[in-house]
Design a binder for this molecule. Structure first.
Ligand SMILES: Cc1cc2nc3c(=O)[nH]c(=O)nc-3n(C[C@H](O)[C@H](O)[C@H](O)COP(=O)(O)OP(=O)(O)OC[C@H]3O[C@@H](n4cnc5c(N)ncnc54)[C@H](O)[C@@H]3O)c2cc1C
Length: 456
């Protein structure tokens, strides 16, 4: 049994995993390529804030961080849809008071996790230690100590690779022919902007919602921050009309916002300049298998399964990985080879499921949310949930609020529910027109009951 574990990457997933391992009594060396984000200002990188939901909160709660994390959160109860005329419409995410999601600052949450990891007996964090290579044959993990500029070589055995979507470890495993991996790039990219607080330190728009400006082929979203600002993200095709390649001058960016998001012009000061502060960043889905090579190395979080951000689940899935791997360590009695294998095999179907659902959700967010047919399906889904809460739970709710239902199961049940909604809403324009008795029969014959939901 290995008593000492190396984790590469002290981002969201690696730092939480180190806490889980320390609680099991392991000594953990956590190697991070960048400097300590608590002490230095690092380039913003991607997504300044994130949506945290039930799965992530549960994994954080299991190691006693729930209370501390809650102080960093802003509740979002639903989507606030902004149309071209500046009219807004609120669409609740769920039907019960706890069916909400939360906005959290990435650096704030990462700093909390680093503090918590450092407070654990047995965790040592090594900043500015990028992993440069691995060698499976000679069992070597090669890092660079950027302070001394000396290479550091350690046994590879029992390394967890939490080095994110561009994982050098995954790429090395692929080159060695030990894993198969594919990255599917989306033809859309993103860019971040900011809505600052108003002069009196108030939010300029409703704080307890995830704002969406859906425009069919593209969209703008905004999530609240604790300092009363909003982080705004434009998702747009990389090329085309409109496309990021066309928005290459301040005037072009200004004209685009005037035409597509006129109500944001009063919210984002000096947009023409602000538009060029942050880069255009790509979006992709990483599908890879297996995630481990024996007990030597195991991929986790985005390194194993990066997804597009439209379901707000990448971090949540990465946190859930930590919980799942921990459970496999428990049932494998600390045999890492067995735990890594079981984790990879059992978790992969769920990673594939959330990757698919995240892609589907892009169309929902940028387009369907303004479609009356979508709104009718949502109304019927909520009504069916009210009638049969143990059997019919809208797919979005299963993914966001039910960590006891795996992503794979949410996708499977969601497909059955989708067919019921197709049948019941076909040709109808309002909930009153739909044959809910027929829907009840379909629900009871095609969906087996779920265990009762626990109230968080
Ligand atoms: C625009 C956008 C919006 C998103 N919104 C959401 C959301 O709302 N909700 C949600 O749940 N998820 C969201 N995500 C996904 C989320 O950001 C990721 O799933 C999450 O960060 C994964 O955590 P991780 O620790 O696996 O990877 P990362 O957070 O990428 O951390 C990897 C760490 O490894 C370090 N590293 C990299 N290479 C090396 C190396 N060679 N050696 C040592 N260290 C290394 C990095 O510096 C970093 O600290 C979003 C993603 C994007 C791009």
């Amino acid at each position: 049994m290995s008593e000492s574990v190396k984790i590469v990457g002290a981002g969201l997933c690696g730092s939480l995993m180190s806490i889980y391992l320390a609680r099991r009594g392991y000594t953990v060396d956590l190697f991070e390529a960048r400097g300590d984000l608590r002490k230095e200002t690092l380039p913003a990188g991607r997504s300044i804030n994130l949506a945290l939901a039930n799965r992530g909160l549960r994994a954080l709660g299991e190691v006693g961080l729930g209370e501390q994390v809650r102080k960093l959160l802003t509740v979002m109860r639903g989507r606030m849809i902004h149309d071209e005329a500046g009219k807004t419409e609120f669409q609740a995410y769920g039907q019960r008071p706890w069916e909400v999601i939360y906005s959290v600052s990435r650096p704030g949450l990462n700093a909390l996790l680093l503090d918590a990891a450092e407070n654990e007996h047995g965790v040592r964090i090594h900043f500015r230690h990028p992993c440069q290579a691995i060698d499976l044959e000679s069992d070597r993990l090669v890092l660079l100590d950027e302070t001394s500029e000396e290479p550091l070589e350690l046994p590879l055995t029992t390394t967890i690779a939490a080095d994110g979507a561009g994982s050098v470890i995954r790429q090395a495993l692929e080159t060695a022919g030990r894993v198969e991996s594919r990255t599917d790039w989306l033809e859309h990219a993103y860019k971040e902007l900011t809505i600052p607080p108003s002069s009196v330190d108030h939010w300029r728009i409703e704080p307890h919602a995830l704002h969406i400006w859906p425009r069919g082929g593209y969209m703008l979203i905004a999530l609240p921050n604790l300092d009363h600002s909003f982080t705004v993200t434009l998702f747009l095709p990389t090329h085309g009309e409109p496309g990021f390649d066309q928005l290459d001058t301040p005037e072009a960016a200004g004209r685009f916002f005037d035409a597509s998001f006129p109500d944001t012009r009063a919210l984002i000061p000096d947009l023409e300049k602000a538009f060029f502060v942050n880069p255009v960043a790509p979006l992709g889905t990483v599908r890879c298998a297996p995630w481990n090579v024996g007990g030597q190395v195991c991929l986790i979080g985005d390194a194993a399964h990066a997804i597009v951000p439209f379901h707000g689940q990448g971090m949540n899935a990465a946190f859930e990985d930590c919980l799942e791997l921990d459970r496999h360590l428990e049932t494998s009695n600390g045999n890492f080879e067995e735990a890594f294998r079981r984790f990879s095999e059992s978790r992969k179907p769920s990673a594939d499921a959330i990757a698919d659902m995240a892609l589907e959700n892009y169309v929902e967010m940028r387009d369907s949310v303004r479609d009356p047919a979508f709104l009718l399906r949502k109304a019927v889904a909520f009504e069916l949930e009210r009638r049969s809460p143990e059997r019919f739970v809208p797919r979005y709710s299963m993914v966001m609020f039910r960590s006891d239902v795996s992503y794979a199961e949410a996708q499977r049940r969601g497909a059955i529910q989708g067919l019921i909604l197709d049948q019941i809403t076909h040709g109808q324009s309002s909930l009153e027109d739909c044959d809910m008795d027929a829907a009840d029969v379909l629900v009871h014959t095609s969906l087996e009951p779920l265990p009762p939901a626990s109230t968080p």
